[in-house]
Design a binder for this molecule. Structure first.
Ligand code: IPE
Ligand code: IPE
Ligand code: MG
Length: 248
C-alpha cells in the first residue's frame, strides 16, 4: 500500500537522467556499468509515476550531442535501450502505459528503431500514462524541424505566415498534443538544460539534485514532487494575484 503519496501531482514530469558515468567511475567500474544500473532507476521511476497518477513522463535518454561519445559507449547504450524495450512491453501493456518517442528516430540503429516502432504501435491504445523517451533528441534540432515544416506549409499555400502563432509552433514540435512539463528534474549535480525541451520548459519548475541517476529511486522522486508542490507558479503575475485566483 502507498502511504507517502504527494499532495498533488504534476501532469507532466521531464527528467534529465544524468550521472551514470560518474556513478560507475566512483566505483572503479566502466561507464556502461552505470548505464546498466540506471535502467533500474528508470523502471522504478516509471512505476512510481504511473502509481501516483502522472499523465506524461518524459525521460531524456540520449541527446543529439551524445552521438559524439566513444562509439563503444554509444553501442552499449543502444543495446541497453533495445533490451529495455523488449523486456518492458508486457509491463507497459499491463499498466496501460503508452510509449512515445521524441527526437530524430531515423538516426537510431535499425534494430533499435524497429523494436521502438513496434512498442509504440502495440501500446498506442494505452491511456493511463504516456512514457515519452527522448532519443537522439535536441531542443534546437526539434525547433529546426518545426521551422522547416512551417515554412514548407507556407510555401505550399497551406498556411498563411500571419497566422503563425505559439500554437502553430507547439503543433510542429515532437511533443505536439502533450502539455508542457510542469516539473523538470535533473540528477547528477549539473545545473543546465543540455538542449532539453528548450521551448516547452519556458515556465517549467526546475529541480536539481546531486544524486546520481542510478541512486535516484522512488523516495527521491516523491521528494522532488513534494518540493514542486510547494512552489508558487506565477507566470509573470504577482504572488498576491496567484493566491487570489486560487481562492476564487
Ligand atoms: C547520463 O549519464 C546518461 C546519458 C547521457 C546517456 P552520463 O553518461 O552523462 O553520466 P555522467 O554525466 O558522465 O556522470
Ligand atoms: C544530458 O546529459 C543528456 C542525457 C541525460 C541523455 P549529458 O551528460 O549529455 O549532458 P552534458 O554534456 O553534461 O551537458
Ligand atoms: Mg552526463
Amino acid at each position: 500500500m502507498v502511504t507517502d503519496l504527494p499532495e498533488s501531482v504534476p501532469r507532466h514530469v521531464a527528467i534529465i537522467m544524468d550521472g551514470n558515468g560518474r556513478w560507475a567511475e566512483e566505483r572503479h567500474r566502466p561507464r556502461l556499468f552505470g548505464h546498466k544500473a540506471g535502467v533500474d532507476s528508470v523502471r522504478e521511476v516509471v512505476r512510481t509515476a504511473r502509481e501516483i497518477g502522472i499523465s506524461v513522463l518524459t525521460l531524456y535518454a540520449f541527446s543529439t550531442e551524445n552521438w559524439n561519445r566513444p562509439s563503444g559507449e554509444v553501442r552499449g547504450l543502444m543495446t541497453l535501450l533495445k533490451n529495455y524495450l523488449q523486456a518492458e512491453l508486457r509491463t507497459m501493456l499491463q499498466n496501460d502505459i503508452q510509449l512515445r518517442c521524441l527526437g530524430e528516430q531515423a538516426k537510431l540503429p535499425m534494430d533499435v528503431n524497429q523494436i521502438l516502432e513496434q512498442t509504440i504501435a502495440e501500446t498506442r491504445a494505452c491511456r493511463s500514462m504516456v512514457l515519452n523517451l527522448a532519443l537522439s533528441y535536441g531542443g534546437r534540432n526539434e525547433l529546426v524541424h518545426a521551422v522547416q515544416a512551417i515554412v514548407r506549409k507556407c510555401q505550399e499555400g497551406r498556411l498563411d505566415w500571419r497566422a503563425v502563432s505559439e500554437s502553430t509552433i507547439n503543433e510542429h514540435l515532437f511533443t505536439a498534443g502533450l502539455p508542457d512539463p510542469d516539473l523538470l528534474i535533473r540528477t547528477g549535480g549539473e545545473h543546465r538544460l543540455s538542449n532539453f525541451l528548450l521551448w516547452q520548459a519556458s515556465y517549467t519548475e526546475l529541480y536539481f539534485t546531486d544524486t546520481r541517476w542510478p541512486d535516484f529511486k522512488r523516495n527521491d522522486f516523491l521528494h522532488a514532487i513534494h518540493i514542486y508542490h510547494h512552489r508558487q507558479r506565477r507566470y509573470g503575475r504577482t504572488g498576491a494575484q496567484v493566491a487570489g485566483s486560487k481562492e476564487q
